[in-house]
Ligand binder design. Structure first.
Ligand code: URA
Ligand code: SF4
Length: 280
């Protein structure tokens, strides 16, 4: 909006960029190993399943067994006659949102995108991750979190005991901001209804906001900062919302992995699950 959205390099990586991508990937391998080490840490994965004494995580209320399994709406089958359609199943609502996003021209980001990146994952996910917006790799593939930060996010998801396809992964804006700049407030405002509808369709048990952009967008409070808010159980329309650091930030700032992992362990605990046992 306002700004000319055409970035200087028109999205093509120069040699410098390629170098930094390689550096990122090298660093990321180390980070994956670090996340892997968590599995081996007896403090992190206690052999006894109950009464974990190790919990510095700021879980506000010890959640008693939470929400029973989500009711599975049976497929209503083909309908005849003129009665109103049933409220859409999550999967079809998500498909419909993706189609609307693909045709969307509600903000200036539509002018520079290669592909829209609506989000992907399990329509019945109990856990949703929300990032900021597509980067270069996501713009090319039309899929969220497939670059270096995405590989780290995938490792984080697996460290929590999920497969990537078990959860849902989305972003605040569905088109890439040129040069990976932070999306402007007008762009966020234009795109947020799609994310809101995705979250309403999925109705996860918990939402993890990755960094400042989803934290601010989902709370509606632009004054909040991730460093102060991470690890707190906030609320999005009755669904717990837990902010933590964005994986791209973790790539630049490895010491932040530790508090982030504490946050993710709190999510696992909130969901009443055990961390996967590895290496022992
Ligand atoms: N960073 C994000 O915030 N989202 C993506 O999809 C990829 C990188
Ligand atoms: Fe539409 Fe969102 Fe893309 Fe803007 S970023 S054009 S609001 S889909």
């Amino acid at each position: 909006m306002g700004n000319d959205v055409r970035g200087p390099g028109s999205g093509v990586r120069g040699p410098d960029n390629r170098e930094s991508v390689l550096a990122d990937l090298r660093e990321q391998l180390l980070l994956d190993q670090d996340f892997g080490l968590e599995f081996l840490d007896p403090q992190a994965v206690l052999p006894t399943s109950r009464g974990r004494s190790h919990s510095p995580e700021p879980t506000p209320e010890p959640p008693p067994i939470i929400v029973p399994a989500r009711p599975r709406t049976p497929d209503p089958g083909p309908r005849t006659g003129g009665d109103p359609p049933p409220s859409p199943l999550p999967a079809s609502e998500l498909t419909s949102i993706a189609a609307q996003v693909a045709a969307c021209r509600a903000c200036g980001l539509c002018q520079t995108r290669t592909n829209t990146v609506p989000g992907e994952g399990n329509p019945a996910a109990e856990l949703v991750f929300v990032g900021e917006g597509p980067g270069a790799d996501e713009d090319v593939q039309g899929r969220p979190f497939v670059g270096a930060a995405g590989e780290l996010l995938t490792a984080m998801i697996q460290a929590m005991g999920f497969r990537r396809e078990d959860v849902y992964i989305a972003n605040v804006v569905k088109c890439r901001p040129p040069g990976n700049r932070t999306p402007e407030s007008g762009e966020v405002a234009a795109c947020l209804p799609y994310l809101n509808r995705q979250l309403l369709a999925i109705r996860p048990k918990i939402i993890v906001a990755l960094g400042n952009t989803p934290l601010r967008a989902l709370t509606g409070d632009d004054k909040l900062g991730i460093t102060a808010q991470r690890g707190k159980m906030l609320d999005w329309r009755g669904i717990p919302l837990l902010p933590t650091f964005h994986p791209a930030y973790l790539l630049r700032n490895p010491p932040a992995k530790k508090p982030c992992w504490e946050d993710l362990k709190a999510v696992v605990k909130f969901l009443g699950r055990e961390l996967p046992k590895r290496g022992g």
